[in-house]
Structure formats: structure tokens, C-alpha cells
Design a protein around this ligand. Structure first.
Ligand code: ZN
Length: 283
């Protein structure tokens, strides 16, 4: 009798199974002015020889008026780059190693008023064995949760008062976003949580073609990639990230770590040749 293959092990992640409850703003929160957050990722979550050295996410947070301005800037870039109307503009397809285009994109977006950015970026080589980086789903969940926390803190302390926020993560191939939703749900149920989950008006994973702002988030992800992902000669280019530095959320005088969260620690970012904050107070 041939041996049967053993059954696959049951996922040990608590987020792998269970009910999914939508995040909905209560009546008082639903009265607050609105924000939208569009999040895109850069790099992959793998740990093999062909995997990216970094995995990061860029969140673009906008009020409705800033979203109009950002979409106008996007239309300008699409026109200038000749992006076909049949597809989204993307860092990969329209810019990548074209320095003039990257420069044009970063200077154009840097001039858009009212954009607030959150960045989380992980140096995979510095993650120890046994950490969240070992499992691609956990890796995504932990990174996305660091972004979510920072988006919600930004909404909570928004200039002029608290805001409700519609959150749209970019859909990632071969990732089950329901697992991430449950992961957030478990975090929100913790009595120790200091994250204002109540400000979420909606939470979704969307395709790159659904919202124009996802294209904007993709470009901001490209600036992050350039700054942290060494090229074939080992160099990083922080020029574009520096152009948009003023748009990254600041706290206590610096972007680290509520606006820019380098993982596993901020020394990695502070040691970059382009890092613009030599006397950084951020831990
Ligand atoms: Zn600093």
C-alpha cells in the first residue's frame, strides 16, 4: 500500500480562521471629516536568493481636496510619460531606472499640498530566524499592521481635529487579505490596544485599476524602494525620498518612527548616506 502524504499542518496563526467582522465607524465617528489612505507595497516577502532585500509599504493619506490635487498631478505625469489609457501608471512600467522620469515624478508629487505619508520598510537581512519574517503571511500582517497603526494615529492627531479614514491596501498576488483583516481584528480586540481602530470608516484591499490614488501610492513606494534597495553596484538613492520628506508625517520633530518606520531598527535608515536628519532625536 503506498504511503499517503501527511496532511498539511494546520496553520498556527490565530488569524488563519474565524469570523470576519467589517470595520465600521460608529455614529459619532461617521460625523467626522473624512480622510482616505491608499497603501501600496514594494518588494516581496520572500527570503530566497531571488527575493528583494527589502519589503516596504507606502501609505498616502489625503483629505478630499488634497486627493483632487494629487489626481491632477497623476494625470500630468501620465500625460508626460505617455502612459496608455488602458493601464495604470506604475513605477515598474513607466519609471524604474529612468532618472529623469523619477525626478519628474518626485518633484511633481512633492509640490502637491496636503499629502501626508507613512512609510514602513523592513530590512530582511536583519530579521532574526524565528521572527515574523519567516512566514510570508505573518510578514505581510505585521508590516501592514505597523502601517495601519500609523495611519490611525495620523487621523487621530490630524491638524484641525480627528478624522475618520477609509483605508485601501493594494491587493497582493498570492496573499489572503482576509487573514490580515482577522489579524487587525485580533489586535483591535486586545484590551491593551492603544490604536484608535474606531476611526476606520472602511477597510478594503483593492486592485491597482480601481482607484487612481493607488497609482500615486505606487510612485511613493518607488521612492522608498530607491532609497533602501541597493542597485547592482550596492548603491541606494535617497534623492526622491528626500524630495517628499516634508510630506512624511513628523512627530517630536522627526519622521522616525511614526512617519517612517525602518525595521528592525531605525539605525539602518539613519546610517544611509542620504539620511537628511544628522542629529535625529527619533528612536
Ligand atoms: Zn530625525
Amino acid at each position: 500500500m503506498p504511503l499517503r502524504p501527511p496532511p498539511p499542518p494546520a496553520p498556527s496563526r490565530p488569524s488563519a480562521a474565524g469570523h470576519v467582522l467589517p470595520f465600521v465607524a460608529g455614529p459619532a465617528i461617521a460625523q467626522l471629516p473624512t480622510l482616505s489612505a491608499y497603501i501600496d507595497e514594494t518588494g516581496d516577502r520572500g527570503r530566497g536568493p531571488k527575493s528583494s532585500p527589502v519589503f516596504g509599504m507606502a501609505a498616502v493619506i489625503v483629505e478630499p481636496t488634497a486627493e483632487v490635487a494629487a489626481r491632477l498631478a497623476l494625470q500630468q505625469l501620465r500625460s508626460d510619460f505617455g502612459t496608455p489609457t488602458t493601464r495604470p501608471l506604475s513605477w515598474k512600467d513607466d519609471i524604474k531606472s529612468n532618472h529623469s522620469r523619477a525626478l519628474h515624478a518626485s518633484t511633481t508629487l512633492a509640490s502637491v499640498q496636503g499629502i501626508k505619508l507613512i512609510y514602513v520598510v523592513v530590512n530582511k537581512s536583519l530579521l532574526s530566524v524565528g521572527s515574523y519574517g519567516d512566514d510570508v503571511t505573518v510578514f505581510y500582517n505585521v508590516t501592514a499592521y505597523a502601517v495601519l497603526q500609523r495611519v490611525l494615529w495620523a487621523a487621530n492627531y490630524w491638524p484641525g481635529g480627528r478624522r475618520q479614514v477609509a483605508i485601501r491596501f493594494g491587493h497582493v498576488a498570492r496573499h489572503n487579505s482576509t487573514d490580515t483583516h482577522r489579524y487587525f481584528q485580533l489586535k483591535s480586540a486586545s484590551p491593551k490596544s492603544k490604536v484608535p481602530f474606531e476611526l476606520i470608516s472602511s477597510l478594503n484591499w483593492t486592485s491597482a485599476t480601481q482607484f487612481q490614488m493607488s497609482q500615486v501610492a505606487d510612485l511613493y513606494g518607488g521612492f522608498l524602494k530607491e532609497a533602501f534597495w541597493p542597485d547592482q553596484f550596492g548603491n541606494v538613492n535617497g534623492e526622491h525620498l528626500r524630495h517628499v520628506w516634508h510630506q512624511i508625517r513628523k512627530s517630536h520633530g522627526c519622521v522616525i518612527h511614526l512617519g517612517l518606520m525602518p525595521r528592525p531598527d531605525s539605525q539602518w535608515a539613519k546610517g544611509m548616506p542620504w539620511f537628511p536628519c544628522p542629529t535625529c532625536p527619533g528612536k
